[in-house]
Design a protein around this ligand. Structure first.
Ligand SMILES: *[C@@H]1O[C@H](CO)[C@@H](O)[C@H](O)[C@H]1NC(C)=O
Ligand SMILES: *[C@@H]1O[C@H](CO)[C@@H](O)[C@H](O)[C@H]1NC(C)=O
Ligand SMILES: *[C@@H]1O[C@H](CO)[C@@H](O)[C@H](O)[C@H]1NC(C)=O
Ligand SMILES: *[C@@H]1O[C@H](CO)[C@@H](O)[C@H](O)[C@H]1NC(C)=O
Length: 450
């Protein structure tokens, strides 16, 4: 490029940046506001790749003021939930994280005025008004050429139902709604028109993390993920002594799990199953009906399974996570066949080592497994991280009983199958003495067949 061309381009870009709009922040209120109660106000803050950290306050009736708002691009709305503290959500960064992934319009729906109120059930009533407001805005976007199918709404807690109401008013033509731990109180047991449901958009994906308290228990979408069973999340406080985080940790975990999938930090497969217990017991590891794609990945990318999922019966999908980010775990199917005559009950811990010698650990201890002679016992092992090239495996067998003599488990064959890459690893004839680590090098199963 010629020098003057560079210079012209430079001036153009700078001029554009200099015309920078005023930075609008998410409304920051206090518990005092919650005490007095607030009335609904809907602020729409636009973020684009032109400026992914500074929100542009959108007009509710004149879009021509916002040249950055390009209707040819997809638009993602983020809708928060109840805010008893009045403070902005800590996950506002989601806008930037989405823009790092994709070039689209991200609109943060700020209805903090309205959501900040000690009276939760009053706020539940406000959700319809917020939905009406967003619906009017989307209709205006349509008049400027936006297509409903390119709109994705991500709703957190009450925001999930708000997204559902918007979708219903737009005849289910929105492209996608993602519900992150959709609110339970005030919605449990309600009919389709009073909660999020699969007819609200072309594709509805829902994550459940707190079904026994703040979240919604039953499935609401085309696919419903129940992280760690959907009730209690690892790393969240188990007693009220930890203060308010005891109440909200499980619920808020939904956003943190989803964020990990937006950044692509990790991806987790989820498995259709009738219960979390059966899932942990390794009864639901077959993903054949999804063909080469395998079972759906939880989170931002589940849209890739849309066609397959629309054909399926509505089911619950399960996965488990680590206690902190990166939350995703790596699943293996472990088949164990033993020599010993009598049957054995016990727990198994498996560690995988790769090139860097950093280990990945899986403990199979949710219930004692039964190992019996020449019968293959199928287990699900979920490792806290993925190991690219498994060089070494170590196994530990325990019965959990201290008073009886130490048991041994003589393994005829152990086979470890990564549920995504397949290519099983095997080892034959391993003697496991109770509570003693045994380390061995595994081989590709087909080569070591004898
Ligand atoms: C949406 O809310 C904003 C601010 O609260 C208001 O100015 C606007 O008129 C509302 N839109 C509709 C269609 O009610
Ligand atoms: C709007 O987006 C489309 C599709 O990404 C692009 O081709 C077009 O140049 C954009 N228009 C403006 C004014 O940036
Ligand atoms: C948001 O992201 C920025 C940059 O990635 C970081 O500096 C900031 O601490 C983040 N804020 C929160 C609340 O996570
Ligand atoms: C299991 O097999 C191992 C190896 O043959 C043997 O040492 C052990 O005593 C057996 N345990 C029982 C309870 O049969």
């Amino acid at each position: 490029m010629l020098l003057w061309q560079c210079l012209a381009l430079f001036l153009l870009v700078t001029a554009h940046a200099c015309k920078a709009h005023k930075c609008h922040k998410f409304t920051d209120l206090t518990p005092g506001h919650a005490f007095l109660g607030t009335r609904v106000r809907v602020k729409l803050l636009l973020y684009t790749r032109h400026d992914d950290t500074c929100g542009d306050l959108l007009s509710h009736n004149d879009l021509t003021q916002h040249p950055q708002f390009n209707m040819s691009k997809p638009t993602t709305f983020i809708v928060h939930g109840y805010r008893p503290s009045g403070s902005p959500p800590i996950w506002l960064n989601i806008t930037k994280k989405i823009l790092d992934r994709e070039d689209l319009n991200v609109i943060m729906v700020d209805w903090n005025y309205g959501a900040t109120n000690l009276d939760y059930f009053k706020v539940v009533k406000y959700t319809y008004r917020v939905a009406d407001n967003i619906t009017a805005f989307i209709k205006m976007m349509q008049n400027h050429g936006a297509s409903l199918s390119s709109i994705h709404m991500i709703g957190v807690s009450l925001g999930a139902h708000i997204s559902g109401f918007v979708g219903a008013k737009l005849n289910g033509e929105l492209g996608r709604i993602t519900g992150l731990d959709a609110a339970g109180p005030g919605f449990n047991g309600k009919g389709l028109e009073d909660r999020l449901d699969p007819t609200d958009a072309q594709f509805v994906d829902v994550l459940h993390t707190d079904i026994d308290f703040l979240g919604y228990r039953e499935p609401l979408g085309h696919i419903d993920f129940y992280a760690n069973g959907g009730t209690d999340q690892p790393g969240c406080p188990k007693t009220i002594l930890s203060g308010t985080s005891y109440f909200k940790c499980d619920h808020q975990r939904s956003v943190r799990l989803f964020l990990d999938t937006v950044t692509g930090k990790c991806s987790t497969r989820a498995f259709p199953c009738s219960s979390y217990k059966d899932f942990l017991a390794g009864k639901c590891l077959n993903c054949d009906h999804f063909g080469d794609a395998g079972c759906p990945s939880f989170g931002y990318d589940v849209i890739q399974w849309k066609e397959a999922l629309l054909k399926q019966r509505q089911l619950k999908y399960y996965f488990s996570t680590n206690a902190k980010s990166p939350f995703c775990r790596t699943s293996y199917k472990v088949d164990v066949m033993i020599w010993n005559k009598s049957e054995r009950w016990g727990y198994i811990t498996i560690k995988l080592y790769g090139d860097d010698d950093k280990e990945a650990v899986a403990t199979i201890d949710h219930k004692a497994s039964q190992f019996s002679k020449y019968t293959e016992t199928e287990l699900l092992a979920q490792f806290d991280r993925d190991v690219q090239q498994v060089k070494k495996v170590s196994m530990l067998f325990s019965t959990g009983k201290v008073l009886q003599p130490k048991r041994t488990l003589r393994i005829l064959r152990v086979r470890l199958t990564h549920l995504e890459h397949k290519k099983p690893l095997c080892r034959y004839d391993v003697l496991l003495k109770e509570n003693e680590d045994v380390t061995f090098r595994p081989y590709p199963c087909e080569e070591s067949q004898f």
